[in-house]
Write a protein that binds this ligand. Structure first.
Ligand code: G6P
Length: 629
């Protein structure tokens, strides 16, 4: 989704901003822009389209100089993608520039008030209203430097005046924001603020950065401050100060980024998505590292922040998540209910927030999120906490808002995931959920024998994933064969049902082919009407407890001439007779099959998208991390 980078220091701002924008590209965007201050000159360049063809080309044709600037990638919420709606936006005076992530919910009311006092707007965005509002407050402070928040000796031109004007404006705003503001009166100051949309300060030597995402600045510094909601930061080359709109002092902590800019490169791979698919034997290993306890026949975690007695006291778990993480939650439900015999309910994070579902006293909320920033998921976490429940999280991005606000949790340790379509974070979430199910199960009725069986199964996964990845060329051939189909079904039962949903989602996300994931058993109650010889079905048929029944469902598709691509277990000869094509997976336990089965589905979607000429890492309309509700 929208991304922000800001720079103030001794170097030329424009190349740093442009490079930062490129590193934010993966989040999904439709336009990009920069505003640079060259002493008292404010220069804005913005352009719809991809960075290389848009803003980069514009900056080459019309370069900007200056050592302070802010930049933005926009993912449209208010106003269609267009040059005029791209950020930065200026205030009425043209001296203040603003970039903004999030949504100003009361923007229309504010706009009407500003229009009535003579303000003129050039775009359809809520952000421009915010820029004008800041401008209005700044003009007031300029004309009346004795406005209460300034001491009588203050001059309106002290940076404090701009910080105060931004704070005054934000007090009027309902909604979410991560924003950066610059003003011609302060050629060495950037103001940043956050509520609901992430923003961090990067600390350098004689230079500082602002960014919505650490990837944008990790090449320059690893020392960062994660701003909290209602924080307002004032940064200059030598200094940064943070105040909080709701508290006397801000809670400022300097953290170290755990990854380097090499980790966010593509390496030898054509796309980030492919690189991340290929990283999975390693990332599953990382999720397991230090957590397998063969002696105690259990899994161990450092950060759940709950005693054994408290964990034992849980009566029910509600898992809330969005997108791919929601599919992981469905697998989590099966795992925890089977291994721990603990009731689990899975909710779309946004539904959980607004449908007022009853939560019993000993219910714990568990949220799953790769980014740790998804607005719907964060809102679910806050809602559970507001209601007095403990909220745990499984998160990938260290230091993200969900990681910081949860009562305890487990990191995936999958490293930065850049491809918009989530892959390695999905299998890492499933790995962590399997461990959690064992941990909770061993406090209840799970036998040591069964737990050890699953622990050994988990230990074998990285090597088995390697074996699947080694078949990449055959998946590519298969994808080419089916790349022209317009509709697909993905079917599975039991543990394979959520994987069918995820397989369909991967395909539609990056290839724009209509794909439906369905329960193989439920298919006969309606969707089977859509089966014909032009509609292939990817059938998940592992040799598990449901095998015979799944095969019966498969026969129904076959009888209607639907082509079948089966994802089956090594050694299954029966399947060859009824499927058009078969992908074999190494044998694992039924509970772990989702992890292995995800890999060929990811590669299948990837190769189909490439064969159709789609932009795999930047699919249309999608954002990596959706920070609006
Ligand atoms: C967006 C992404 C999806 C992702 C979902 C949840 O919609 O496009 O790929 O699954 O957000 O993201 P999270 O970071 O919370 O797992």
């Amino acid at each position: 989704m929208c991304g922000i980078i800001g720079y103030v220091g001794k170097k030329s701002a424009s190349p740093i901003l442009l490079e930062g924008l490129r590193r934010l590209e993966y989040r999904g965007y439709d336009s990009a822009g920069v505003a640079v201050l060259d002493n008292a000159n404010l220069v804005v360049r913005k352009k719809i389209g991809k960075i290389d063809e848009g803003i980069a080309r514009l900056l080459k044709a019309q370069p900007v100089t200056g050592k302070l600037g802010i930049a933005h990638t926009r993912w449209a919420t208010h106003g269609v993608p267009a040059d005029k709606n791209s950020h930065p936006h200026l205030d009425q005076s043209g001296e203040i520039a603003v970039v903004h992530n999030g949504v100003i919910e009361n923007y229309d009311k504010l706009k009407q008030r500003l229009l009535a006092t003579g303000h003129k707007f050039k775009s359809d965005t809520d952000t421009e209203v915010l820029a004008h509002l800041i401008g209005e407050h700044y003009a007031k402070r300029k004309s009346n430097p004795l406005t209460p928040a300034l001491s009588p000796s203050d001059e309106a031109r002290e940076p404090d005046a701009l910080t105060q004007a931004v704070s005054d404006a934000l007090r009027e705003v309902i909604g979410t924001y991560g924003l950066a503001v610059i003003c011609t009166d302060f050629p060495d100051t950037i103001i940043g603020a956050r509520r609901g949309s992430p923003l961090i300060i990067g600390i350098g030597k004689g230079e500082h950065f602002l960014a919505s995402d650490a990837n944008a600045i990790v090449a320059h510094t690893k020392k960062v401050v994660y701003l909290n909601d209602y924080d307002v930061a004032t940064i200059t080359p030598e200094n940064f100060e943070v105040s909080n709109l709701g508290a006397d002092t801000a809670n400022v902590q300097i953290s170290n980024l755990e990854f380097s800019h090499e980790d966010v490169g593509r390496g030898k791979f054509a796309h980030f998505m492919l690189k991340e698919i290929f990283e999975q034997s390693q990332t599953v290993q990382n999720a397991l590292r230090g957590r397998l306890d063969f002696e105690g026949a259990t899994a161990k975690f450092g950060g759940l922040n709950m005693t054994a007695a408290e964990l034992r006291g849980i009566d029910r778990i509600v898992i809330a998540a969005s997108g791919t993480s929601w599919h992981a939650a469905l697998v989590g439900e099966y795992l925890i209910e089977e291994l721990a015999q603990l009731p689990v309910e899975v909710e779309f994070a946004h539904e959980f927030c607004y449908r007022n579902c009853p939560l019993e006293k000993n219910t714990v909320l568990l949220v799953l999120s790769q980014s740790g920033e998804t607005a719907d998921t964060l809102a679910a976490l806050r809602e559970a906490k507001r209601r007095g429940h403990r909220a745990l999280a499984i998160v990938n991005v260290v230091g993200s808002t969900i990681a910081r606000e949860s009562d305890g949790g487990i990191y995936m340790h999958a490293g930065p995931e850049i491809g918009v379509a989530s892959t390695k974070a999905f299998t890492s979430t499933l790995t962590v959920l399997s461990l959690l199910a064992i941990h909770l199960g061993r406090m209840r009725n799970l036998s040591a024998k069964r737990a050890l069986e699953v622990l050994h199964g988990l230990e074998a996964l990285p090597e088995q994933i390697e074996k699947i990845l080694a078949q990449n060329e055959s998946f590519k051939k298969l994808a080419k064969k089916y790349a022209k189909a317009n509709d697909f079904f993905f079917l599975g039962r039991g543990y394979s049902f959520p994987i069918a949903l995820e397989g369909a989602l991967k395909l539609k996300e990056i290839s724009y082919i209509h794909a439906e994931g369905y329960s193989a058993a439920e298919m006969k109650h309606g969707p089977i009407a859509l089966i014909d010889k032009k509609t292939p079905t990817v059938f998940l048929v592992p040799q598990d407890a449901m095998y015979d029944r799944t095969m019966a469902n498969l026969a129904m598709i076959r009888a209607r001439q639907g082509p079948i691509i089966a994802i089956a277990t090594e050694g299954d000869k029966q399947i060859k007779k009824v499927a058009n094509d078969v992908i074999y997976l190494p044998k694992t336990l039924e509970v772990l099959n989702p992890i292995l089965a995800s890999v060929p589905l990811q590669l299948f979607a990837y190769h189909i998208a490439v064969a159709r000429g789609c932009d795999v890492d930047k699919p249309r309309n999608l954002a990596k991390s959706v920070t609006v509700q």
